[in-house]
Design a protein around this ligand. Sequence first.
Ligand code: ZN
Ligand code: ZN
Ligand code: FE
Length: 753
Amino acid sequence: MARRIHIRGRVQGVGFRPFVHQLAQALGLSGWVRNAGDGVQIHLEGVAEAFLQRLRAELPPAARIDALDVAELPELDTEGFRILESEEGESGVGEIAPDLALCPDCRVEVAGTGRRHGYPFTSCAHCGPRFTIIDSLPYDRPRTAMAPFALCPECASEYADPVDRRHHAQTIACPECGPRYWLEQGGQRADEDVIERAAELIRQGGIVAIKGIGGFHLACDAGNEAAVAELRRRKHRVRKPLALMARDLEQLRHYAGVGEEEARLLASAAAPVVLLPARGGLAGNIAPGMQSLGFMLPYTPLHQRLMDGLERPMVLTSANRSGEPQCIDNEEAQGELAGVADAWLMHERPILRRLDDSVLRVADGRPRIIRRARGYVPESLPLPEGFESAPSLLAMGGDLKNAFCLLGDGRAVLSAPQGDMQGVAVQRAQREALADYQALFGHQPVAVAVDGHPDYHATRIGREMGLPIIEVQHHHAHLAAVMIEHGLPLDGPPLLGICLDGIGLGSDGALWGGEFLGVDYRSCERLAHFDAVPLPGGEQAMREPWRNLVAHLNQALGWRGVEVCCGDRQGLDFIRLMLERGINSPPASSAGRLFDAVAALLGQAPERQDFEGEAAMALEALAAPYMGDERIFDYGCDMDVDGVIRWRLLWRGLINDTVAGLELGLCAARFHHTLIATLTRAAHSLSEEGDTILLSGGVMQNRILLEGLSRALRDSGRQVLSPSAYPANDGGLALGQAVVAVAIMQGKQSPAQ
Ligand code: ZN
Ligand code: ZN
Ligand code: FE
């Protein structure tokens, strides 16, 4: 008998076929292996048991098997074992490997004296770009951005050699036949020693635009405060933290604290930016007001060589004008970055898909993705029990940190972040990305899931598609994303979810964001919530934290409270009028705005925020060193019988403490502690021992809050599920929208439920 094995999972572009080839030969089996649109097919003749065992046990590092089907066939008498050309044809939502960081073998090779010495495009079957160079599936060189680079004889023989690390590596290249870098500066082009020249420019305080894997970056010396200030000035980026690259872990440890889990993530094939506690020694304007720095390690030979030419870390931030998408095209980069960069280090291989660096931090012992992009996208999430017959769906996401989601064939693919949808350029890029993903994955949705907020651009674009629309409540989507990430089945029991967020539209038409919800995939019931406080000036209150301070004080303590804390502020009378008459002051039960208000009271909030969450992040940083202080106590807020959590005692306590001259850090710590204690008490009254509680929403990115609340709930016998591989912020919204929409559609089809 022969066997036909069909494998789905991450099996294309990760050295899987060469691995199968070697394994079959080692076991003396004949047959073939080939890429199919949705995975890999293997034909085996001979006794296959050992093969199947070792296939799973010895899988290449970046490969993953989701499903493996074996069918028995009559023998075909094939001779030997071969790798066949790919099968053309239907693709469906197949699995495409994410871009993989430079592997240890290639790193050694680039540093060595062989023919790839110093070659910036060195890669192999286990490393190199994937998603950003794939034009269409199946993954083979003619359908990638490497197609124009015909293999030289030496590369061709490595490619054909079954025992070579580059056997069937589609990104194979060398200085003889592959793409090259050049440097443009002041209208002049240099082709020799260009990486050394770029490093020299950075050492001298210059700003260099560098074409990487998923887009252009801007680089400068991270130890040079003037260079960083100039970069901020040219890029119109006021205070938002800048990402850094260090040469290696050893250098990184001079500037930041690195735990075991962080070290593992930094060195992983995804090579994300990891937020680490800063130790000083670099320019003070890299992340003003923050106590952490975002570091990554070199993930291409180019980055490695640049870092080898520098004495200290460099700033490496995505190259775009503020609010615009990252540049990916050479001419576009030269135009857009004129006056921003001093020189351009570019190459001739097109970037087919924009993909920023990923950002994460470790909290409560697990990685927490903040921005899920290079190294993770487009890895798919296999859907759990009950979703087997889910139709193809598109979910549009939110307007901040927009990402969309394709669901179909029992899996969900969350797109790369598209940016904030207020900008017309981002909207255009998002439409292009939608079309691109749908073509690449052969995805044809039968319905579109959107947020209920009528003003979201993402919702409007979704409605324009002319397909049936399913509205999903904002915080329901946040919590459903956690449920699906943790593999909860479609028909599980309702759970308690705590969603602490900025602003989202509630099912009653009001603005929500501090919510206790009873949720399953299909439905969502509001059980308790933060007291609703007006947003004086609406949109303006999102950007200006002091407005929330005025509104919170007025609500908790009356106008006298406002006068005690903010009496010297200009324009207060006008705000008072707005609040009294309810002019442009929609009430919102937002947790994010509570953080803004407290940050403003404790002097941590800028007059106008430069980016979402700025004040809240500063407040967290202020509190962190005091969280172990024995003077911490709980101001004693509680939930009313009607399920409303009011913050009057919090405000009274904070004002007493600040008037008494208590350290601001201790006040910030007492605030965090009070929040955790209040949430825990409310959760206790809404759940029973042994229950599972879901946590999500942008505010849950606060590490003190996530860790403190998780610990308190676990200590009282609750299980806690929180976001890890998908963002807690609106970047993860579309994943939740997609699965809620499936549940709603299937609920309609089966009236028995
Ligand atoms: Zn490699
Ligand atoms: Zn070559
Ligand atoms: Fe949200």
